[in-house]
Write a new protein. Structure first.
Length: 150
């Protein structure tokens, strides 16, 4: 079952359960999928990578909005954004632990032959592709810098 199909079935489940938060989050994902398909062509089918990127983008937007709401003491809006992000994160693959991420990045650094901080660009290019959906880009960047600076 593709992510698009899973979201469609979960939308129906959320409607039946009258879960407003989940309903809004899932509707946003379904809308984003529809917009992405219509940008390409009428009969375009999204690839799993495209679907993941859309969900990651939606989660990131909600997390950033939540941070802004928290800074401005808007607890009601903050909680709404956080719970929607939590609903959408269920569609993403499990995140790698820090130890697993560090091991994977060490392997990538060895494969690329990176030796100094000047090679960060080479490592990041490969790491973000290989670890897409498994780790946050910010976490990857921090660990790569630590590994190449030591």
């Amino acid at each position: 079952m593709s992510l698009t199909e899973k979201i469609s079935s979960d939308l129906i489940t959320a409607m039946k359960a009258k879960d407003k938060v989940a309903l809004e989050a899932i509707r946003a994902a379904k809308t984003a999928f529809t917009l992405a398909r219509s940008e390409k062509s009428a009969d375009h089918v999204l690839t799993p990578d495209e679907e993941l990127k859309i969900i990651q983008k939606l989660v990131k937007q909600r997390r950033e909005s939540a941070a802004i709401y928290k800074e401005n003491n808007r607890q009601d809006l903050y909680e709404k954004e956080v719970t929607e992000a939590d609903v959408l994160e269920k569609y993403l693959p499990a995140k790698m632990g820090e130890a697993d991420l560090e091991k994977a990045l060490k392997d990538i650094i060895a494969k690329v032959g990176a030796k100094s901080p000047a090679d960060i660009g080479k490592v990041m290019g490969i790491a973000t592709k290989e670890l897409a959906g498994k780790a946050d880009g910010k976490d990857i960047s921090v660990i790569v810098k630590q590994l190449l600076n030591s």
